[in-house]
Design a binder for this molecule. Structure first.
Ligand SMILES: C[S@@+](CC[C@H](N)C(=O)[O-])C[C@H]1O[C@@H](n2cnc3c(N)ncnc32)[C@H](O)[C@@H]1O
Length: 248
């Protein structure tokens, strides 16, 4: 609790006013990731391996952009820093804990960008939804990684659109815009995302299944695995929540 409060307090002055409301959920994620370290390890290992396999396949390794870099738990940042000239990390918030870890590691080629990658503001303003169009301005771009971000775009938008008459149409639009945006960048791409989750009780019965990509076709999948985001005992002793993750 004290560490969370300190991380929160230290992150406020480092974050633009516009993105400060997102610090809380980032700190909550940080705390949960620490509590669930053992249960999340395999998912983090597989995400890192998928990213590294895409990185190593790049013919040139000048700039890599990581979307949804967050806590850098599932991003092989040291390896990317070694392989590429420049590593750009993009998220709504870069917590003080993440910034200090980066500083201690003394990486010389890492840039942080605070940015809303959802496209929701444009959608609500009736503008073209091109949340990844800023990538066109990134020089020498060779790889774009979307690191366990896509489902969060949907979840964040659902939260903001609560009570909105067209929420059911708008959220899939944002998911599709992210997938299309990745398809349009003039670089290699690696998409890792949870596409759904299942609530499972102690007897192994499936209580509920939710589609986190809202029916959007995310294209051919290279590999998939389960991520126990909420293991038994985290929210309740009676159920766990397994997220189904794909890498593309
Ligand atoms: C499940 S976490 C990803 C984990 C991260 N790759 C790591 O290694 O710790 C999802 C991340 O997406 C970010 N995120 C959620 N919605 C976003 C948005 N609209 N724009 C940018 N980042 C967003 C969150 O801040 C969070 O860091």
């Amino acid at each position: 609790m004290i560490l969370e409060a300190l991380n929160f307090a230290a992150s406020v002055p480092l974050t633009s006013a516009r993105h400060r409301p997102f610090i809380r959920s980032s700190v909550n994620l940080w705390a949960r990731a620490n509590r669930c370290q053992r249960d999340w390890a395999e998912h983090e290992r597989r995400t890192k391996a998928a990213i590294l396999s895409s990185a190593e396949a790049c013919r040139q390794k000048r700039t890599v952009v990581v979307l949804g870099s967050g806590l850098l738990r599932d991003v092989p940042v040291a390896e990317l820093s070694r392989l590429f000239d420049t590593v750009v990390l993009v998220d709504l918030v870069h917590l003080a804990s993440v910034r200090s870890w980066l500083a201690i590691q003394r990486f010389k080629n890492i840039r942080l960008i605070e940015r809303d990658l959802s496209g929701l503001d444009a959608l609500l303003a009736g503008e073209a939804v091109e949340p990844l169009s800023f990538l066109r301005q990134v020089p020498y771009l060779d790889l774009v990684v979307s690191a366990n971000l896509l489902s969060q775009i949907g979840i964040g938008a659902e939260r903001r659109l609560e009570g909105h008459a067209n929420a059911d149409e708008l959220v899939p639009h944002l998911i599709a815009a992210h997938v299309a945006g990745l398809g349009q960048v003039p670089a290699e791409t690696c998409l890792v995302t949870d596409i759904g989750y299942t609530v499972i009780d102690r007897s192994g019965r499936r209580q509920e299944t939710v589609d986190l990509v809202h029916g959007v076709d995310i294209g051919p999948v290279r590999e998939s695995w389960d991520w126990p985001v909420v293991p038994f005992g985290e929210e309740s002793r009676d159920y766990q929540i397994l997220h189904h993750v794909i890498a593309r």
